[in-house]
Design a protein around this ligand. Structure first.
Ligand code: GLP
Length: 249
């Protein structure tokens, strides 16, 4: 596992953005897994700038979203599908038919999860962008989610419901109580994981994720078992790590 710590958010975003752009340019069919939340937004801005400056072509990129709220249409203003569209997809030349997402409004959620896992099996993810939730979740795999599970519906934990207020919900009562997410086994099949964390509020979580016991009680700890992970942190998120644990960039 490589752990890089950057002095500024901008340097971190540039590193991740350029790493993915290089991959896109070198590959015929790059399959990228995208995360919502606030952490990757700077990377998405980097992609948009690069696209506007004609430095990258996204037309052959195949995209998979990580998760969604249950009971929410993809066109809902607070859906993760809308968040990805507004923060990135509508501003670059990715093809609509290449954007894959879980449908939180599907009639049969079990079948929807199987469909999504099959789509991913047919288009294995090359690089998966990840963030860490305030209870240690990845995507919406809450504590207790099985490490060997595929995509599934989850009851959101209180911390996750609370964090959703940052994503534009006005009132806690408006936040859906369930999510649907790529499973941990699905995520672990990606060829490379890029785990991003920013800010002091993530510092203790980052330490537990990277140095703590690998346990279903703390889902993001599973990344310790992936053979190709890049962890990118700003200096605040790295505060609880020892200097020898990471490379300073
Ligand atoms: C959210 C999403 C995750 C995201 C994580 C971190 O709830 N379901 O996919 O990576 O929590 O969010 P943030 O980057 O806003 O801290």
């Amino acid at each position: 596992m490589k752990i890089y710590v950057f002095q500024t958010e901008k340097e971190l975003d540039t590193f991740v953005g350029q790493h993915i752009i290089d991959f896109i340019q070198e590959n015929e069919k790059p399959v990228i897994g995208f995360a919502t939340g606030s952490t990757p937004l700077g990377v998405y801005d980097y992609f948009i700038d690069a696209y506007q400056n004609k430095n990258v072509d996204f037309s052959k990129v195949v995209a998979f979203n990580l998760d969604e709220y249950v009971g929410v249409e993809k066109t809902h203003p607070r859906s993760f599908a809308t968040a990805m569209r507004d923060s990135l997809f509508k501003k670059i030349n990715i093809k609509d038919e290449n954007i894959h997402a879980l449908n939180g409004k599907a009639e049969d959620m079990k079948e929807e999860c199987c469909r999504y896992d099959r789509e991913i099996e047919d288009n294995p993810i090359d690089i998966q962008i990840l963030g860490i939730g305030m209870d240690g979740h990845i995507a919406y795999n809450e504590p207790g989610s099985p490490f060997d599970g595929g995509s599934h519906v989850v009851d959101l934990h209180q911390e996750s419901i609370q964090s959703s207020l940052d994503y534009g919900f006005d009132r806690i009562e408006d936040v859906p109580t369930q999510g649907v997410t790529q499973g941990i086994a699905t995520i672990m099949k990606a060829k490379q994981l890029i785990m991003m964390a920013k800010g002091e509020k993530k510092a203790k979580l980052v330490k537990r994720m990277l140095k703590g016991e690998v346990s279903e009680d703390f889902p993001s700890s599973i990344i310790q078992r992936h053979e190709n992970v890049i962890v990118v942190l700003d200096k605040e998120a790295a505060k609880c790590l020892k200097e020898e644990d990471y490379e300073r960039c």
